[in-house]
Design a protein around this ligand. Sequence first.
Ligand SMILES: [Zn+2]
Length: 321
Amino acid sequence: MTRAAKTQQIVRKARQRGRRRDGDSIHLEPLDEEEKQGTKASAQTHSRGEFLDRSRPSHMLMSRLLALRRTVGNRRPQSVVRPGLDSGTSVNLTVMRESPAPSPASATTPTPAGTPGATPAATPDPDKISGKEWWDANEGKSPYIKSDKISDLESDFQSKVNEFESALKAAGASISIDTTKRPAERAHVLHYAWQVAKGEIKASAVPSMTGVDITWDHGSEAASKKGAQEILDAATVKSKPSLTSNHIDGKAIDWTITWTGDLKIKKKDGTEIEIKSKPRSGGDPGNTELHSVGEGYGVIKGLFTGPKQKRDAPHWSSDGS
Ligand SMILES: [Zn+2]
């Protein structure tokens, strides 16, 4: 064998080893469908004899080998990417676990970075949607919390109520205060809860108020009415709350006044009156003699005509409204 023939033989064997190695490396790879197609294409190329064409210079062969390795190698990261996607999912799950009440919509459609507060209108925040849960979570907090303290009333009316209360207590009457000052925010919520629940206004038409964070529109009229009615029920609202109530100005008090037997009470002018008439309560309709005594102190019983459920039995104010 000539030196040239020997060299040719060595080169041929080296090429054959290269083909086997390359073949092994392909078939040992765990391939997905796309990779199989890629391999299939390479195999077709291979079978056509183009890939290992011995007529080509060896540097071309090597470049084709490298090209195939790159092709296969470039596909490898897919199997690396897949766990990456999985870990991406687990990040989402972690977020959902950390969030006490995640919105399904916000979990699947996160707010894009750089657009804070960009929430789709069609997916109301569960923390803001009207209903019993909203009321229970917010009614005891600022700015919605109502007061049952006479000391929270407007100063002039406050002194009048204090005098009348002292006379009532001295006479032995029982007094239970429900509400004195009612924030405008609370009045707003209860007023529009009534209007939405009774169909007087569409949920989407409720005006906004600074500081009031509630969503009335549930997406359907029936659901919106239900949410509003839940608030009325939870707040035990029996009549339509006013937006301009004397309570908002600290000039009204809701209290239940009752007594047993005859009520001997001191009037504003210092004289005493013995109330023998019934009913033995300050409500509506209540004891008119007591109403007169109250008026003397500047605490005037609110008397409202209409169906019984629209009356406001415990309501007294600076002007009777
Ligand atoms: Zn009242």
